[in-house]
Design a protein around this ligand. Sequence first.
Ligand code: 5AD
Ligand code: FES
Length: 353
Amino acid sequence: MNRHSAEKKELVSKLNERHDLSDSELKTLIESAEPDTELFQAADALRKKVYGEDVYTRGLVEFTNYCKNNCLYCGIRRGNPQVERYRLTEEQIHQCCEAGYRLGYRTFVLQGGEDPYYTDERICALVSWIRKQYPDCAITLSIGEKTRESYQKYFDAGADRYLLRHETADEELYRMWHPEEMSLSNRKRCLFDLKDIGYQVGAGFMVGAPYQTTEHLITDLRFLQELDPDMIGIGPFIHQKDTPFGHFESGTLEMTLRFLAILRLMFPDALIPATTALGTIDPQGREKGFRAGANVVMPNLTPVSARENYLLYDEKICTGEDAFLCKGCLEGRVYGAGYRMVSDRGDRIHMTP
Ligand code: 5AD
Ligand code: FES
């Protein structure tokens, strides 16, 4: 064994025991040229210890692609005139949930751009309907930055989870990725408000995005330690041709898998999805993600006619398959990789420290 691989082995076992490393140790691990075999094995063993072989599902409804924001990486930014905009009707959203429930999903994620049409009243009406219809389901919202009062209203209407990736925890990088009117401080304010209200919160970041360095990524890990989210969503940055970042290289499978494993070792009881972006950069990306510690998938329930317009990045997968096919596809992938797709709400299992 050469010096580098011995050093890496050492770092993996230290991270596995302490669930933390110093910044310089993290840097070595992140930038290592050695294979990740032991890192993945350790991450997989730890997820098995906490969550067994279970992979939880979250039925995803992409209900609007209107967005008042203009994030430079995102395909549905308001400044992209190539997008055909859509909104699902209330009835269509109900039907998505009905289909999802029949397929066995017990968590629904209502995700959309920041669309002013969906006022708090409309969001609350949707949430109350699902809460009443499916009392045994978790209701997750992923609709961006709102005031604390709005978050409280949705919570009171019955929402219990909220996904809002912080994207990057570095001030300067955040500014390079977002328009003037957005700020990292407001993003963070949202996440802490959500937690404080009592939501189960999901944060996360992109890997391999423009201008991003190892130091930035370490800042992301440190921010997550401060926030202690229930769910951590990461995926490779993938360029979208009609955005200002359309000509940048996409992130890699290898680096994303490495971060999935590091996250599992740092946050043993976190819910970590194998994302659609991961499945997009590699046909076996999600399977590889499970083996690196991921334990959640988000099957798509959006009507097929709308899906091709919810393109955050180029070549997005799962746009042609309806909810039924998507379930079969994912089930095959989960079982094929050696895991088990389960259909309960999949709450976080808090590890006693
Ligand atoms: N590549 C990869 N992920 C992206 N997202 C948005 N645009 C892209 C892109 N070009 C991610 C963001 C957002 C989530 C819904 O999708 O992290 O939070
Ligand atoms: Fe949706 Fe494969 S996961 S089609």
